[in-house]
Write a protein that binds this ligand. Structure first.
Ligand code: NAD
Length: 484
């Protein structure tokens, strides 16, 4: 769509951010960003073409030597200024992201509002306190100096569900390591991505260190294969991740992939069911179920199965659904009509398979505008069913019965994915022992929350590599051993 065909809005972002400047896309194209709750146009975002990507990568390459060569202390100071500018914009960024993708504002304030500035400040601190010289005694009695150097130009490609924090998980460690970045956000949430540009300009980040080119998947694919890119950092679907992984394998280009999930909550027979039910919205239906690590498979022991089905059904039907900008809302609309149709189709798959619907099951009554789906629970679902195996990416939960702990672990691990998971028990040691047996990059005991200081990522079809924590810096560094 061209810019002139979209009604003008104060939120329009009709320019790309390249080399520290606002530049019009080469062919003047833009895409419409639609508000999830109202179905109305929120604004238009510039749509990059391959020649815009060329300009952005060139700018990032030109900026690389000076940024990479800067002392860690000087880079950390600039990143602290960048973090402060992001923090100053946190509330408006959170509201904008919620309007784009329907995320309840109570969640968005943290994950879209304040998390990016916290991540930038975290990595600034990490490089400021890191040892500059790593000199090791060698086995031959001499010494080896191990240098850590920035990998180079990073292509960061992000999805729409947590647009700010997923972008910051890449931008923050990449810039801290001394890499320069070209960010390609998702078209559904392109408007909020340019807040990073506003903050970079206000903080005085050198030109070309951070570049932002919004566009669709073909723009992303072009960026991944660009000869000027040294590393790719991707979050999104497993299908796109496989395609990007294949391209990077052919190019021998380092890549980090954070992909889909189908995580399980294992409720042990000694669990406090009230405590579990109180956290269900945050653990299993967070961001309207549009969360890669959401625990959408609930595994209940036979001895307490009926009690758990009742508790889950009642907790889910009590969640307040409505305007994502209302602080009381726990379930907002899905991001797009296509996403809602996809989720409704999965609900039909569940019905046709004969699973027992205990609550929800379609569009909530009275919600004619906005892409809402009532939070839905299917009980008596065998783990081999499509609903238990495929990532729905919406507010749909399944409950599956198990006989003993071994069977619970086997069901949890009977999945193509391995990203999140939780164990619920009165005995923390028992919970940790069980968490150890779950094939997954992260597991929570009696809660689930990402930790800025600990690595996050998946195994199996959930991805390759880790973000957050000191481990999140490593993919942006390359080592050189100098033997003395
Ligand atoms: P998507 O894969 O369709 O798109 C993600 C981003 O990649 C977008 O910017 C898109 O334009 C771009 N893209 C798509 N195909 C591409 C290709 N072949 N080459 C280059 N770029 C390409 O995913 P989505 O629908 O936006 O997001 C939802 C998915 O993301 C879910 O599967 C979810 O589980 C996953 N996700 C994973 C994590 C994680 O940390 N593991 C976090 C959030 C979301």
């Amino acid at each position: 769509m061209t810019a002139s065909a979209i009604p003008e809005s104060a939120l329009d972002r009709l320019d790309l951010f390249v080399d520290g400047r606002w530049v019009a896309p080469a062919d003047g194209a833009s895409t419409e960003v639609v508000e999830a709750a109202t179905e109305k146009t929120l604004g238009a975002a510039a749509a990059a073409s391959p020649s815009d990507v060329d300009r952005a990568v060139d700018a990032a390459r030109r900026a690389l030597p000076a940024w990479r060569g800067m002392s860690a202390a000087a880079r950390a100071d600039l990143l602290d200024a960048f973090a402060a500018q992001l923090k100053a914009r946190a509330k408006s960024t959170a509201a904008l992201s919620s309007r784009e993708n329907g995320m309840p504002i109570s969640l968005s304030v943290g994950v879209n509002g304040y998390a990016p500035s916290m991540m930038v400040a975290y990595y600034a601190d990490l490089i400021r306190t890191a040892d500059a010289d790593d000199v090791r005694p060698s086995a031959l009695g001499s010494r080896t100096v191990v240098r850590h150097d920035a990998v180079g130009v990073v292509a960061a490609i992000t999805p729409w569900n947590y647009p700010q924090s997923l972008a910051a998980m890449k931008i923050a460690p990449a810039l801290a390591a001394g890499c320069t970045v070209v960010l390609k956000p998702s078209p559904e949430t392109a408007l909020d991505a340019y807040v990073f540009a506003d903050a970079a300009l206000a903080a005085g980040l050198p030109d070309g260190v951070l570049n932002i080119v919004s566009g669709g998947r073909e723009v992303g694919a072009y960026l991944v294969e660009h000869p000027g890119v040294d590393k790719v950092a991707f979050t999104g679907s497993t299908g796109a991740g496989r395609a990007i992984g294949q391209a990077c394998g052919r190019l021998l280009r380092p890549v980090t992939l954070e992909l889909g999930g189908k995580s399980a909550s294992i409720i042990l027979d000694d669990a406090d069911i009230e405590q579990f039910a109180a956290q269900l919205g945050a653990v299993s239906l967070v961001n309207n179920g549009q969360t890669c690590h959401a625990c959408t498979r609930i595994l209940a022991p036979r001895s307490r199965y009926d009690e758990i089905v009742d508790a889950v059904t009642s907790a889910v039907s009590d969640l307040t659904l409505g305007d994502p900008l209302d602080k009381a809302t726990r379930i907002g609309p899905l991001v797009t009509q296509a996403q809602r149709d996809r989720v409704l189709n999965y609900i039909e798959i569940g019905r046709s398979a004969g699973h027992r619907l205990t609550t929800g099951g379609g569009v909530p009554t009275g919600q004619d505008v906005g892409w809402y789906v009532a939070p839905t629970v299917f009980a008596d679902v065998d783990n081999s069913a499509r609903l238990a195996q495929e990532e729905v990416f919406g507010p749909v939960l399944t409950i599956t019965e198990y006989a003993d702990e071994d069977e619970a672990v086997a069901i949890a691990n009977d999945s193509e994915y391995g990203l999140g998971g939780t164990v619920w028990t009165a005995d923390t040691e028992r919970g940790i022992a069980l968490a150890d047996r779950v094939e997954s990059g992260t597991v929570g005991v009696n809660h689930y929350a990402l930790d800025l200081g600990a690595p996050f990522g998946g195994v199996k079809a959930s991805g390759l590599g880790r973000e957050l924590g000191p481990e999140g810096l490593t993919p942006y560094l390359r080592t050189k051993s100098i033997y003395l």
